[in-house]
Each structure stands twice: as structure tokens, then as C-alpha cells.
Write a protein that binds this ligand. Structure first.
Ligand SMILES: [Zn+2]
Length: 164
């Protein structure tokens, strides 16, 4: 499993916090983290424990999001509605969960925190997601099969993995 950050989040505090949380997830849980820096807005990224690449937003959209059936099933909007609003790509600041084969299984569709969005937005935001899994990965996803969890399961409903 890979956590991929489409950087940079527009607000520098969010960006810095995302980098810190990804480092924590790498160091404490051994999760592979990486960055596709599609919109460089803040400073140089140093001391990051994963790969940092500089693709174009178009490349990322084509590779990860466009016509992605797995993703389409778990997010509320279609990938094109979520990331290509009015024909303009809007991806930076989001986080995705990628399997070892390179398929994106989940992606946030709102780059910030749920505050400021409507009440049920928490499951869709990048920052809440990162904070949740940094606190306890099993609250949000099964590390075996990458299924999203509600947080109160003792077994993953998809693969049966015993959630610690
Ligand atoms: Zn599972």
C-alpha cells in the first residue's frame, strides 16, 4: 500500500502538516509514502522518507483518476466531477491510497479539513484522513486489502482481516 500526496496543498500550514503526517505514517507504521508534486507553491521538500516526483497534473489525472472504476465506486462524485471541475484539473492538495499494482483505490476529493464544508465532508477530506490514519490506521482503512473502514469493525468486511 502506498499513500500518495498530490502536492502542494494551497495553504502552507496544510502542506507542512501533510508532510509531517506522511513522515509519521512512514516511520511508525512502515507505510510507503510518496509525493507527486504537481503544483509547486511552497518551499523545497527536504527530509521526506519517500519518492518525490514532479509530473504534470494531466499525467496524474490520466494515470490515477480518469475512468478509474475502483475509485468511482468509493467516492461520491465521478473522478471527472471531483478532479476536473469545469474542464480544469483540480487535484493538488489531495491524498490517494494506491495498491502495489499502481491502482488508486481511494482519493480524497477535498484538499483541506472538513471545517468549512458541509457536515458529512470528513470522509472526503485529505487532512482529516491523514490525521485519522496517523492516529490509528485501522480506523479508516484495512492495511491488508485497502478497504475503507468505519472505525468500529473488528474484522475487515471485505477480506476478513482482524483489525487490530
Ligand atoms: Zn481487508
Amino acid at each position: 500500500m502506498i499513500l500518495r500526496y498530490y502536492a502542494d496543498a494551497e495553504i502552507s500550514e496544510w502542506h507542512d502538516h501533510a508532510l509531517r503526517l506522511l513522515k509519521t505514517l512512514h516511520d511508525e507504521y512502515g507505510i510507503t509514502v510518496e509525493i507527486d508534486r504537481i503544483d509547486e507553491q511552497h518551499g523545497l521538500i527536504t527530509d521526506f522518507p519517500g519518492e518525490v516526483r514532479y509530473p504534470t497534473p494531466e499525467d496524474v489525472y490520466e494515470r490515477d483518476l480518469k475512468r478509474n472504476r475502483e475509485l468511482n465506486q468509493v467516492i461520491e462524485q465521478t473522478p471527472s466531477e471531483a478532479f476536473k471541475r469545469y474542464g480544469k484539473l483540480d487535484i493538488a492538495g489531495n491524498i490517494s491510497v494506491v495498491d502495489d499494482g499502481g491502482t488508486v483505490w481511494w482519493a480524497s476529493t477535498l484538499p483541506g479539513y472538513a471545517d468549512g464544508y458541509r457536515l458529512d465532508a470528513e470522509s472526503r477530506t485529505a487532512m482529516d484522513f491523514l490525521e485519522d490514519i496517523a492516529a490509528s490506521p485501522s480506523n479508516r482503512l484495512c492495511v491488508e486489502c485497502l478497504s475503507l473502514l468505519d472505525g468500529d469493525e473488528s474484522f475487515c468486511p471485505n477480506c476478513g482481516y482482524e483489525v487490530p
